[in-house]
Ligand binder design. Structure first.
Ligand code: GDP
Length: 302
């Protein structure tokens, strides 16, 4: 699996612990936990989670609840899994019964929004859904060209802005209207992600959300925030802002085939309490996978 190779660095960092645990005895506890702390920090777990994990292991070791290296390793994996699933367990797309379902894809430029939208279209179409794309990034002309390529590649229809001054919200509202009239199952809405005019971007996203909600009540069903996995913990403030303004329902972490450090997945879920719904593991149509927390934990601690 591609996600497994993508985290090779994280795995190497954490493998140090394995060796220590193999010969672990009670007297080594401080040394092992110091190394573990270091490894977790280097892998972008962030100080909050790292300290919680390490201190809870220390407590259980000293209380005699963990008696071998294997037990410590299992407890470690279990606690990481808990961080991933405790507040964010709905990892499946939640699409409404009203048609069309509307999914808005948001995030800063370059994170992989358009690519993820294309891959998601491919995936949903393969499951039998009739998909309409909406080129809501009216700010960059190249963005709708790029989405048109994805529409062609996946055999989906697309609504693009007419004229230069089209508002994103009116493109999306048009698309959802068409989706409703023509029996589409899902409308996938691309949005703008320019950073330098952040304030108006947020206004625009609010307007987009309202506009689609006027056409189909309950829409958008999902607002997925696309985050570039290679930016590590830097993605957190961004994610927080998007969430405060539009209310994110799920995360798509991209570029996990590259140099992403696994811990940032755990940090972002813990910090926001929002589930990762998909992970991007490449640039091809098939390179979007549903997020499987258990497989993820097994992969980074393998
Ligand atoms: P947008 O500006 O947010 O719409 O970002 P794009 O979809 O244009 O993606 C930016 C770049 O990242 C493109 O070159 C994509 O091919 C690449 N990309 C997106 N997702 C992934 C991924 O999961 N893995 C890899 N390796 N590259 C990706």
């Amino acid at each position: 699996d591609k996600i497994f190779t993508g985290f090779s660095k994280t795995r190497d960092n954490l493998a140090v612990i394995d060796e220590l645990l193999l010969y672990w005895n009670l007297a080594d506890t401080d040394k092992v936990l110091d190394e573990l702390e270091e490894a977790l920090l280097v892998s972008d777990f962030g100080p909050r989670i790292t300290i919680k994990i390490v201190e809870s292991l220390r407590e259980d070791i000293l209380a005699g609840k963990l008696k071998s290296g294997n037990e410590i390793k299992d407890a470690l994996k279990k606690s990481v899994l808990e961080f991933l699933t405790k507040s964010a367990n709905k990892t499946e797309l939640q699409l409404g019964y009203r048609k069309p379902s509307v999914i808005m894809i948001v995030g800063v430029n370059g994170g992989g929004k358009t690519t993820s939208l294309g891959k998601l279209a491919y995936r949903l179409k393969k499951e039998g859904a009739k998909i309409l794309m909406a080129a809501g990034d009216t700010f960059r002309a190249a963005a709708s060209d790029q989405l048109e390529i994805w529409a062609e590649r996946t055999g989906c229809e697309i609504v693009v802005a007419e004229g230069d001054k089209a508002k994103a919200s009116s493109v999306l509202s048009q698309a959802v209207k068409r989706g409703k009239e023509q029996g589409f199952d899902v409308v996938l809405c691309d949005t703008s992600g320019r950073l330098h005019t952040n304030y108006s971007l947020m206004e625009e996203l609010i307007a987009c959300k309202k506009a689609v909600g006027k056409v189909v009540s309950g829409a958008p069903n999902e607002i997925l925030l696309v985050l570039d996995g290679t930016t590590g913990l830097n993605m957190l403030p961004q994610a927080r802002e998007f969430n405060e303004v539009v209310g994110i329902t799920g995360l798509v972490l991209t570029k996990l085939d590259g140099s992403a450090r696994g811990g940032c997945v755990v940090s972002v879920v813990d910090e926001l309490g929002i589930p990762v719904k998909f992970v991007g593991v490449g640039e091809g149509v098939e390179d979007l996978q549903p997020f499987d927390a258990e497989a993820f934990v097994d992969a980074i601690f393998s």
